[in-house]
Design a protein around this ligand. Sequence first.
Ligand SMILES: Nc1nc2c(c(=O)[nH]1)N[C@H]1C(S)=C(S)[C@@H](COP(=O)(O)O)O[C@H]1N2
Ligand SMILES: [Mo]
Length: 265
Amino acid sequence: MKKPMTKSDQNKEKFLTEQQIRRRTIKGLIGIGLGITGIFGGLKWANADNEETPGFIKKIFQFNSNVSKALPGKKSKVREFRHEEAVPKPRVNGDIGILDTNKLNQYVFLEKPDGSQFKVSMEEIKKLPKTEITFEFKCIEGWSEISNWGGTAFSEFMNAFQVGGKKGRPDTTDSSSLFSFGGFETPDGKYYVGLDMDTLLHPQTLLCYEMNQQPLSIAHGAPVRLIVPTKYGIKSLKSIGRIYFSDSPPKDYWAENGYDYDSSL
Ligand SMILES: Nc1nc2c(c(=O)[nH]1)N[C@H]1C(S)=C(S)[C@@H](COP(=O)(O)O)O[C@H]1N2
Ligand SMILES: [Mo]
């Protein structure tokens, strides 16, 4: 019959296993490290600019890099949930630049590359293809909640109103034709954020006018707000008054107050 293990035997066994695991982990890491070095070495040799790289490989590299630039929202998506999993009454956080009902703006002002402004009405925005997202909204203050939002992908909006490109209609297959950032402001200009173009083209970045399939309340950013699931809540500006595009990072309220400009999750 097997003797029951003493406490010290158990510890020994545990210690040995941990040590073994550690050894294996180190071996594994070395393996991965060598693998990565190999891949990068190979890539460095076979990059599209290297004169020694055979033409057909160059073509593949050029093709791949064009495709990855062309793919709107090449960054990974956040997890989505079923609509029923969303809280019925999401909490309200932050009221900088939120107007009272009487002053509610029904337009978003857009800027063209030449600096001229034009306005887009809520009716026009609501005509764009509609999409919904239920995801875990995360505030930098340390709370999170699963909430449901409806609106239109920001890329649809860019395309429909021909903004974000340096020459009219944005060509998402050519990132050099696009501005690097979008800037967003409340109608009074008191709250403002900047977002990079990859985030603007991300399929989960929405121009949002509904919560739980109802029009947004004023406190949640009526008539239209940003929902940026890949970033902390500070970037999801409520009550959009003005949108513009630029190559330098637009001013950002919380970045000015010491937070990370990017604020990715
Ligand atoms: N206009 C405006 N938008 C804002 C804020 C704000 O103070 N003013 N706060 C931000 C922060 S910190 C968070 S967490 C979210 C909260 O959105 P909610 O109130 O709909 O939950 O809005 C963001 N957008
Ligand atoms: Mo927040």
